[in-house]
Design a binder for this molecule. Structure first.
Ligand code: ATP
Length: 280
């Protein structure tokens, strides 16, 4: 039996030469990443760039070629429950087409730890996680009746309740107002867990992540610190917009100002680069 890393500890995430095929399409190839203990990695890229696919591969939700290691352990060598105790995966949308109390939704996060029924500790963890995301008052509400942003925060509480050393979050700031976006990313960092987060907001990624990986045409186009990666050239090539880095008003770091590219001489709109997708 392969031992999963102890719960709550920080671990290094290593991805080597990852490839993922979905249907007839090779969605990702040759992706390598090295996320140190406790680092926050932002995954960026245009629509269809492969962000959700990468996150699914890191959570063993999709078949892969290459390897994903958590600490010294190959993810493919773990038993299913060990994967769930090691990697907490927050999908882009959590279906609300059923009646369930918020408390019970968060309790689902305890499933990988459950022996028989739920314990006092499970209850304490659920309440603490709801409190951390500012949703304690929603505990006895129906999940289906919540707003999109409230659902997102409750879903994040479920991920925290899973108590896994690696967090894999697919656009967790969807539906959140700007204050809650900052707060959620602050909470992620406060967990001290090794985290991989798909984001669309380049400036938020630059502010909140230690490392960023940019996916483009099925490969890792750029990887490094935000200031190394989020250059004017990369942003133009991958996202088809113009970026200007300006000093932050606080004096700490820079902010990205984004503008559409000017029309071409012929008056045509520039084609967003992800619509020129060539991956076969
Ligand atoms: N189940 C599937 N079967 C076949 N192809 C798929 C499947 N799911 C996704 N794809 C394709 O894989 C590619 C990458 O999709 P993915 O959802 O990973 O991109 P993304 O970067 O998360 O996109 P977005 O920013 O729009 O959420 C797309 O071309 C998509 O059409």
């Amino acid at each position: 039996m392969v031992a999963a890393p102890p719960r709550g500890c920080q671990v290094r995430l290593t991805v080597n030469d990852l490839g993922v095929r979905r249907g007839s399409k090779q969605v990702l190839r040759n992706v390598s990443l090295d996320v140190p203990d406790g680092a926050v990695l932002g995954v960026l890229g245009g629509n269809g760039g492969g962000k959700s696919t990468l996150l699914g591969a890191l959570s063993r939700l999709l078949p892969i070629t290459g390897s994903v290691r958590v600490g010294e352990t190959e993810l493919s060598a773990m038993r299913r429950e060990e994967v769930a105790r090691t990697v907490a995966h927050m999908a882009q949308e959590f279906s609300a087409d059923f009646e369930m109390l918020v408390y019970d939704v968060v309790m689902l996060g305890r499933t990988p730890h459950a022996a028989w029924g739920t314990s006092d500790r499970d209850h304490a963890v659920v309440m603490a996680c709801l409190e951390r995301v500012g949703a304690l008052g929603l505990a006895m509400h129906s999940f289906a009746d919540l707003s999109g942003g409230e659902r997102q925060r409750v879903t994040f509480a479920r991920i925290l309740a899973q108590d896994a050393p690696v967090l894999v979050l697919d656009e967790p700031t969807n539906h959140l107002d700007i204050a809650h976006q900052f707060e959620l990313l602050r909470l992620v960092r406060a967990t001290g867990r090794t985290s991989v987060i798909a984001l669309h907001d380049l400036d938020l990624a630059a502010r909140s992540c230690d490392l960023v990986a940019v996916l483009h045409q099925g490969t890792r186009y750029a990887y490094g610190t935000p200031s190394e990666v989020l250059t004017e050239q990369t942003i133009r090539t991958v996202f088809g917009v113009h970026a200007t880095a300006v000093p932050a008003p606080s004096g700490a770091g820079t902010r990205l100002l984004l503008d559409p590219l000017p029309r071409t001489d012929s008056g045509e709109e520039p084609t967003p680069p992800h619509q020129k997708e060539t991956t076969a």
